[in-house]
Design a protein around this ligand. Sequence first.
Ligand SMILES: Nc1nc2c(ncn2[C@@H]2O[C@H](COP(=O)(O)OP(=O)(O)OP(=O)(O)O)[C@@H](O)[C@H]2O)c(=O)[nH]1
Ligand SMILES: [Mg+2]
Length: 269
Amino acid sequence: MSSSVVRPAAPDDGTTPAHLPARYRAISTHLAIAPRVSVVIPAMNEAENLPYVFKSLPEWIHEVVLVDGDSTDDTVEVARVLRPDVVVVRQRGKGKGDALITGFQASSGDIIVMVDADGSADGQEIVSYVSALVSGADFAKGSRFANGGGTDDMTPVRKLGNWALCTAVNAKFGARYTDLCYGYNAFWRHCLDEIDLDCTGFEVETLMNIRVVKAGLKVQEIPSHEYLRIHGASNLRAVRDGLRVLKVILKERSNRRSPRVRAVRGAGA
Ligand SMILES: Nc1nc2c(ncn2[C@@H]2O[C@H](COP(=O)(O)OP(=O)(O)OP(=O)(O)O)[C@@H](O)[C@H]2O)c(=O)[nH]1
Ligand SMILES: [Mg+2]
């Protein structure tokens, strides 16, 4: 049977195709989206890394929100030179968790992507996160240990710690995660109302991963590659921060909400 459907030709450049309303942004020749994407970047003394981070961000994002943690180098100045439209906010308290919560509140997009400022995340992966969200996931959770992911940055001890904590979260909360303490994630803004973040430090990703499960949100893991920090030293202290993560797991366990299990493809619960 012949079809009379006339299919629009795929556009061959990055502009909005003529047959789409102007609010759609072309992401590739095969994908256009209406939602606005905010990239939230916590940064503390990352001036030397920002050129690499900003360069890897796709041009179709709506805004970049940089949350400065009282940097003593030129982090803010460099960000403004690289991207004059950057939204710079100074965090109120201390710690990465506090910075991210501040940045989420300051952002205006429908989708929020969390990206570290140390050059370990490739901004070109954002399309994978956004694709998962526009096709039905509530929360797109990066994973270095899903097929296709990887890490150049984790020591064997940190891998072991992350695995043990991830196993505990899976057992206690009925998730099927392959990674836990990873900073590259994306989600629809409505998730913030459901997970009600209240933390300050590096335990923030764990808290998010637990609360999205408890809230019954659709989680899809996105394979992601973590590169080495380019310049500077890590702010993470494995034992101190590992214990903070463990504390969050125990606290969330004793403070259970009834989970509604709705898995999308891959991990999540
Ligand atoms: N604003 C702000 N940013 C922070 C703070 N602590 C860490 N960051 C940023 O959070 C991101 C992740 O911190 P890192 O020090 O790279 O820690 P990590 O990625 O968990 O650990 P490594 O794998 O060792 O790099 C980086 O962009 C830091 O600059 C903070 O207190 N305030
Ligand atoms: Mg890092």
